[in-house]
Design a protein around this ligand. Sequence first.
Ligand code: SF4
Ligand code: SF4
Length: 373
Amino acid sequence: MTAPGATLTPHADALHAEGDRLMTICNSCRYCEGLCAVFPAMELRREFRDGDLNYLANLCHSCGACFVDCQFAPPHEFAVNVPRTLARLRNDSYRTYAWPAALAPMFDRNGLAISLVASVAVAGFILGFVAFNDPGALTATASGPGAFYRLMPHNAMAALFGAAFLYALVAMGLGLRAFWKDIGEPAATLGHPPSLWQAAKDAGRLRYLDGGEAGCFNEDDQPNDRRRLYHHFTFYGFMLCFAATSVATLYHYALGREAPYPLYDLPVVLGTLGGIGLIVGPIGLFAAKLRRAPHLVDEARFGMDTAFLAMLFLTSLTGLALMLLRDTPAMGTLLALHLGVVLALFLTMPYSKMVHGLYRYAALVRYARESRW
Ligand code: SF4
Ligand code: SF4
């Protein structure tokens, strides 16, 4: 028997066929059109190709409101569960667009184990290298400008981390290009500032995580704003840490001032605030994940989600510990650990939950464009 709502549009797999079935039912019902951007975007379409479904999936913020509101949710025979199906499609889309394709299976493996092994391996390499060349540098109490570079010269550090960051940017950029082409959006949209600006505002305040202004239905039918709050801590914490690194780079090359800097100086202040955000945010998001209603969860990708949160948390923890203990003999070991975690974060970024920010922003740009024209 054909499932209620099934269509004849060809799909790559059963998951996309299920997404098509649900969107076809929702397009007839339209009860949820005021909840978020997904339903108005859906209403602009009569059929749902795989690229359309990946676009809608990345537009969804997983607030759960449309499951709570749905009269066709299980145990109804239509079995409509939009948040979980879109979560599965979204998570699959990261794998589909990954570059290089050979590394796409990293999304399926235990990302936390890979990231931790990479962190320890890099930290171990740095420690071993220093112990071999200058054993005293590991336990020496060094402070003041240039103290960090006794462990690893600044130019070597900049080359290694610059190359890793560049690789992450290229890999994520090529993934984003594949997504953009597959959803069928013309390149001209990238030259449309109002759409870019509207999407930046919607992403910056997580407009569509509010379940149509009620809040996020993460745990049950009692909405709250905790996921949005912790997401803000994480996102703005990350941006502050990025700003701290950028200012420090400017100090080094433009002003000739070497790290570590005094506690009151801008890179340290930005890094400390960002670090606190990256402690509070990932812990809050992890707790929300543990409390999430089972019918909303894409169980297969729980590891991928938590690995990225864990790496952000460890980056911040090792960074703050280094800042607090930089004038003690623990500085060498903590610096090696911090560098190991940061390098592993950069290298695994294109195959982690990090990409959800890029694809969601791209989906918001498209939505801003098509809801305007
Ligand atoms: S989720 Fe349910 S109530 Fe909402 S539009 Fe779809 S079918 Fe209708
Ligand atoms: S953002 Fe919320 S209301 Fe919209 S599709 Fe996703 S889970 Fe449903």
